[in-house]
Ligand binder design. Structure first.
Ligand SMILES: [Zn+2]
Length: 597
């Protein structure tokens, strides 16, 4: 049996002092003074970036990396210390001081990026193939990737200045409008977020009433929000035309370093497997005793899971899961526990949720958790540990190439979580507990993969129609929303009349067009890589570890090639979908075993 201290992981706190060599707040200031002196020294390259040969350029980048490392250590120390007690004014003040000084120092280093980006392709081509710059090649190349889409300097200046009162003002207006939406529940008025949270209620009447109240809450100002959306769609079309982007999604793909072909392959693979969410929602209807789900039933919980895990048991389980895959990885993972790289317990003033802080390559990463001894927490531990191991293995990369683009960021975390999930499932024999475990996983997969791609299809439809036809009416937005949701849900879920306006509160559509597919990309990429491991077994491991060691030192496609996968091939993405399919089959079996069908 676990003790209370073990259940709550009370003794699991991280040690941040090594970040600043154990010198406390005085160390922070000393290190920032050191940076200031070094900034002065690196200033000798200012105005001369275009004259540097490969050796001098390498020297310059290495000096900049040292600066970035020191700033990263100090910033990590102040920031992480703050996250575990955000109510402590002294911690807040230190973080603010570090941020302000760092921003001023970083400003003095901007010259390099600007001068480097301004050089012609002819000038940089021989430098980018020079072996002396191999350690930072991708960083140097990718920092120039927007170049073909840049306008002249005066044009850029006007676009930046007018953007403040253009797109970003419209996006802010949208968020102002949605943040004041009131949902009138029978129990009294609540915010939109609280209204939506009611959709998880086990009571169908509560869910239906909440959904109707959300729809009613979305009605005022709907035409105004549609106008804001139309304006932003047109603004994006103008931007893309001026900058010669071939499609509405191309600029986002460039941000993500994802090729248009790989994104299309992802979309094709996911939309071809709508049977997965549809089968799950049919099973869910049976479990809930309903002939068919309505849109507002999808979040309802089907099975409760009451199992508790002590910290020691969870640690052993996760290390065991990693060891089943690679002894080397498990040894590295053990250091997180043995050397105080994790802060686990829930404490007053600590920031909620979980994350991995990479810090810098010369140090080690840290994990923040809010451990509540639930099964979910075990998977979160495995997930964040995966991020941590990715950062740790990539420690030989220069600081500018340690972390991956967004689209590859979940590779190790989802992989580790999936291995651990398999272990958990293996040792869970009770059908109700199995169903609970599988249900939670499937809900997560559907939310991350299928729902985000359905939203991407909606974005694709509205951006295309705004460009080819013109302004969209509220009705038309509703048609396209219902149609794209319907493609995912089929006849497994009834789309109610009220649901047709539920596109109108989603902030990503306004502030970061095209963003949502990245969730699906990251998740399914990791699952598809995992599928290769399932197929190839131990022979796959060395290439996988090499992929993690490469960090962000290349494009996602080139890094995919390290483990022998082609991101532009829809066949690659179907591998990850097969994993989800297998989980669904196991859930169907567990549901039969519970005798609830
Ligand atoms: Zn993650």
């Amino acid at each position: 049996m676990s003790t209370d201290a073990d259940l709550r992981a009370l003794d699991v706190a991280w040690d941040l002092d090594p970040l600043i060599d154990g010198r406390g707040e005085a160390g922070v200031d000393a290190m920032l003074d050191d940076v200031a002196a070094r900034v002065e020294a690196v200033g000798r390259f200012r105005g001369r970036v275009g004259e540097l040969d490969a050796a001098e350029l390498a020297e310059c980048v290495r000096e900049l990396a040292v600066l970035s490392e020191i700033l990263g250590r100090v910033g990590s120390y102040a920031g992480l210390r703050y996250t575990v007690d955000v109510t402590d004014a002294a911690r807040g003040a230190l973080m603010a001081r570090v941020e302000e000084r760092s921003a001023r120092l970083a400003n003095d280093l901007l010259f390099f990026d600007l001068e480097w980006a301004a050089l012609t392709d002819e000038h940089v081509a021989p430098l980018l193939v020079d072996e002396r710059l191999a350690f930072c090649r991708h960083h140097l190349a990718s920092s120039r990737r927007y170049r073909p889409h840049l306008l002249t300097e005066p044009e850029e200046r006007i676009l930046i200045e007018k953007g403040v009162t253009g797109a970003s003002a419209w996006a802010r207006l949208f968020s102002d409008l949605t943040s004041t939406i009131v949902v009138d529940l029978p129990t009294g008025p609540v915010s939109l977020e609280e209204g939506l949270a009611q959709l998880a209620s086990p009571d169908r009447d509560v869910r239906r009433t909440a959904a109707e109240a959300v729809t009613a809450g979305l009605a005022p100002g709907l035409r105004t929000r549609a106008f804001v959306f139309n304006t932003l769609l047109a603004d994006k079309a103008t931007d893309d035309r001026l900058r010669s982007f071939p499609s509405w999604i191309s600029s986002r793909n460039l941000d993500n370093e994802a090729s248009d072909a790989s994104v299309q392959a992802l979309v094709d693979a996911v939309t071809a497997r709508s049977d997965i969410p549809q089968r799950w929602y049919r099973l869910k209807a049976q479990l809930l005793g309903l002939p068919r789900l309505a849109d507002y039933d999808r979040m309802a919980s089907v099975a409760a899971d009451e199992d508790e895990f002590g910290w020691a048991e969870a640690r052993d389980l996760v290390l065991d899961a990693y060891a089943s895959f690679s002894g080397e990885l498990a040894d590295d993972a053990r250091r997180f526990f043995d050397e105080a790289w994790i802060d686990a317990p829930v404490r007053p003033g600590k920031r909620p949720g979980a994350f991995c802080a990479y810090t810098v390559p010369s140090h080690h990463p840290y994990l923040l958790l809010n451990w509540t001894s639930r099964r979910r927490d075990v998977l979160t531990l495995a997930h964040e540990l995966g991020h941590g191991l990715h950062a740790y293995l990539a420690r030989d990369q220069i600081v500018f190439q340690q972390s991956t683009p967004l689209t590859l960021a979940e590779t190790a975390s989802v992989f580790g979580e999936t291995v651990t999930f398999g272990r958990l499932l293996e040792r869970t024999t009770d059908p109700d507990a199995r169903l609970a475990l599988l249900a939670e996983s499937l809900e997560g997969q559907i939310a991350t993969v299928f729902r985000q791609i359905a939203m991407n299809r909606f974005e694709d439809a509205v951006h295309t129609e705004r460009r080819e036809v013109g302004e969209l009416s509220v009705e038309r937005f509703g048609d396209l929303w219902a149609a794209t949701q319907g493609d995912m849900l089929g006849d497994a879920v009834e789309i109610t009349e009220g649901y047709r306006t539920w596109w109108s509160y989603i902030p990503h559509f306004m502030a970061t067009p095209g963003y949502v597919y990245a969730y699906a990309y990251g998740q399914l990429l990791a699952l598809s890589v995992y599928k290769r491991y399932e197929e190839e077994g131990d022979a796959f491991v060395p290439a996988y570890l090499e992929l993690l060691r490469r960090g962000g030192s290349d494009t996602p496609e080139a890094l995919g090639a390290v483990v022998g996968v082609d991101l532009g091939d829809p066949g690659f993405w179907t591998g990850g979908l097969a994993i989800v399919d297998a989980q669904l089959a196991a859930a169907e079996q567990a549901a039969r075993d519970t005798g609830r069908l």
